[in-house]
Design a binder for this molecule. Structure first.
Ligand SMILES: [Zn+2]
Length: 246
């Protein structure tokens, strides 16, 4: 358990600013959910919600710090012509090792990776086939135009925000209205369901952080697409500079 936690933290520290922000959003959602459950005699803040909020705060500071550093190194600048860089992995093997002493199971994924650069179409979206350098198989991506990216982001923001605010309001209302008297069963169940919906909507903000305008269409196992790591971004940008212009 402790080992897994440390591994997770190391992975997190090595991750992109977007990944850190994702963690922050999830922790914030969990903190809010714990806070809402604790509403009543103890108030909104209880030990669990404080832990989650504290964690979210730490992670968001880390994300901001990382963003500034990456920016200074020119790794966050938008690519020319609104292109999107993704990393396509060909999974070679997945190894699972039991670490008896540490009481943890460690999973290592071995993969061959290639950078893929996508240019947005003028309108709508289009499916782009990319040939995997490792197995020559063609892998599908959906590439959205700038207009489509804006539309999807706006829609996601609206859906997440309306859902989150609605269920947060419902939780507070029900928690408040039925505080002194014994709580009827249906109120308990409604609160539980709305709490799950609240967590779901809060986590759906993660879509906004993760969405780049290019979506990997899963057609089978063996490949995956992800945000490039720092070294991969740096390498790619360097190769762009080395390419003779015009
Ligand atoms: Zn492949």
């Amino acid at each position: 358990m402790f080992y897994t936690l440390i591994r997770g933290l190391i992975n997190l520290i090595n991750g992109t600013p977007q990944r850190l922000l994702l963690h922050c959003i999830v922790a914030f959602a969990l903190g809010t959910s714990c806070g809402v459950v604790g509403l009543g005699p103890s108030g909104f803040l209880n030990p669990l919600s404080i832990i989650f909020y504290g964690y979210a705060l730490l992670v968001v500071i880390g994300a901001a710090f990382k963003y500034v550093v990456w920016r200074q190194q020119g790794l966050m600048d938008p690519l020319p012509n609104n292109q999107v860089l993704l990393q396509l992995d060909h999974i070679l093997s997945v190894e699972t090792r039991e670490r008896a002493l540490l009481g943890a199971r460690e999973t290592t994924t071995n993969y061959a990776s290639q950078p893929v650069l996508f240019s947005p179409p003028l309108s709508g979206n289009r499916v782009v086939l990319v040939k995997c350098a490792e197995c020559q198989q063609e892998v599908k991506f959906r590439v959205d135009s700038l207009e489509e990216r804006k539309k999807r982001r706006l829609r996601a923001t609206l859906i997440s925000s309306i859902g989150f605010i609605f269920f947060l309001g419902l939780e507070i209302l029900l928690g408040d209205a039925f505080q002194p008297s014994p709580i009827p069963d249906w109120i308990g169940w409604t609160r539980l369901i709305s709490l799950i919906a609240l967590i779901g909507f809060a986590c759906s903000y993660a879509y906004l952080v993760n969405y780049t305008g290019v979506v990997y269409i899963v057609t089978g196992r063996g490949h995956r697409a992800r945000h490039p790591k720092k070294a991969e971004v740096a390498n790619f940008r360097q190769s762009l500079h080395l390419t003779p212009q015009g």
